[in-house]
Design a protein around this ligand. Structure first.
Ligand SMILES: *Cc1c(COP(=O)(O)O)cnc(C)c1O
Length: 438
């Protein structure tokens, strides 16, 4: 340790003077792990370089968006060509049509509408579900994150199937008064909620496989149960694949359950990978439901930069390059890293559980399988913080929170993977040391 201020520290100080917490999205601030976030100057393939010239293997990948790694040459060329034709016209464009066609080909949705963020996608999907069904109540699951939509920033109410409380100041109680928050993977609670409120429920929204409390897979048949229950009660099933879409598998999480089990969500939301590193997201679904959206139908929804030609070009280039070989590589890298992380933590005597959903995975610093948010919350976050910083010191940038998925890309070559494997034993020892210190 030196007393010299790093450029990241200097920038963080300047940032905090002009931006709350110094960041434009809270998790970036390192609040959960302490220390100074690294200000990144560039990315190439699997690697990040910070403003002090330190290099890191990136296990964040822009929170999953960068399926092909940083600055993929073909994606970059497509973006550069699009920019050279102008950046936004406020009219329909060809790339939007091509990206929509690609998404319709690769997912069970009939029609799709573009927006600029995952938050807008879920917000709009819920509005559409309410408009279509003429009902008001929304069911969500504790620990599932759907962006910062008022009605979805809800904490569980006090009892079985009671309406939720705002999860943050600034959200009026009236905004969450129509939201039911249930424990994830719990069919009985879903059944109870429908028994009591079934004729008022517009939709159930769930992460297709939760990745925002760490990675928790749906129990076998859970998503199918949600789809069936919604259908039986005239509600819509919204599968939020903003994180898992084009990431958990070529067909997202739906490719891991719905495709083989033979059900489809009524609506789906996408983001992250489909934007190729630029702001683009989407919601889509059944043709008869999507027909309720303006200008075809009465439910209003719009966006100045929606379907932006540069963003949709980046997304299209990414999806076109996302071949089976890309998913095979990501799968192999994910398996290698999660196996090695588990082994290092076992050898250091640190309680942990490694969980995955397709190519997504995370490590929980707890000792029992995690099926819901209550179990995820039992983690030893101090052990994670020590582990995180030991990895960072050794040139591996993990997500700075114990509640996040780790992401790899097809650009994670053997050298990048080896750098991660080399760092793991010392990081596991650092985590173990926090436990002995008590
Ligand atoms: C990231 C995410 C969102 C929100 O997307 P933003 O683009 O950050 O608004 C919504 N749902 C899920 C499942 C996500 O992972």
């Amino acid at each position: 340790m030196t007393d010299r201020t790093t450029r990241s520290e200097a920038l963080f100080e300047r940032a905090r003077a002009v931006t709350p917490g110094g960041v434009n999205s809270p998790v970036r601030a390192f609040n959960a792990v302490g220390g100074t976030p690294r200000f990144i100057a560039s990315g190439q393939g699997a690697w990040l370089t910070d403003v002090d010239g330190n290099r890191y293997v990136d296990l964040v990948c822009s929170w999953g968006a960068l399926l092909l790694g940083h600055a993929h040459p073909e994606v970059q060329a497509a973006i550069a060509a699009a920019v050279s034709r102008g950046t936004s016209y406020g009219t329909p464009t060809e790339p939007e049509v091509e990206l929509a066609e690609e998404i319709v080909r690769r997912t069970p949705v009939d029609k799709v509408r573009f927006v600029s963020s995952g938050t807008e996608a879920t917000m709009s999907a819920i509005r559409l579900a309410r408009g279509f069904t003429g009902r008001d109540v929304v069911v969500k699951f504790a620990g599932c994150y759907h962006g910062h939509v008022d009605s979805l920033l809800a904490a569980a109410g006090s009892g079985l199937a009671t309406f939720a409380l705002p999860g943050t100041p600034g959200v009026p109680a009236s905004s969450t008064a129509l939201t039911l928050v249930l424990p994830y993977n719990d069919r009985e609670e879903v059944a109870a909620a429908f028994a009591e409120h079934g004729d008022r429920i517009a939709c159930v929204i769930t992460e297709a496989a939760p990745g925002n409390m760490g990675v928790v897979s749906p129990l076998p048949g859970f998503n199918a149960y949600l789809a069936e229950t919604c259908t039986a009660h005239g509600a819509l099933f919204i599968s939020d694949e903003v994180m898992t879409g084009f990431r958990a598998s070529r067909l997202g999480q739906w490719g891991l359950d719905g495709a083989s089990e033979g059900w489809k969500p009524d609506l789906m939301t996408f983001g992250k990978v489909m934007g190729g590193g630029l702001p683009a997201a989407a919601f889509g679904g059944r043709a008869d439901v999507m027909a309720h959206l303006a200008p075809e139908g009465p439910v209003y929804q719009a966006g100045t930069l929606s379907g932006n030609p540069v963003a949709t070009t980046a997304g299209l280039a990414t999806l076109k390059l996302a071949t089976d070989e890309v998913y095979d590589r990501i799968s192999l890298v994910a398996e290698t890293i999660r196996t090695a992380a588990g082994k290092a933590l076992t050898e250091a005597g640190v309680p942990h559980v490694v969980q995955s959903a397709g190519t997504m995975f995370s490590v929980f610093f707890t000792d029992e399988q995690v099926l819901d948010f209550a179990a995820a919350s039992s983690q030893d976050t101090a052990a994670f913080a020590a582990f995180f910083h030991a990895m960072l010191d050794r040139g591996v940038h993990l997500p700075p929170s114990a509640y996040e998925a780790w992401f790899v890309s097809s650009a994670h070559d053997d050298r990048a993977v080896q750098a991660v494997l080399d760092a793991l034993p010392a990081a596991a020892a650092a985590a173990a040391a926090t436990r002995k210190a008590g």
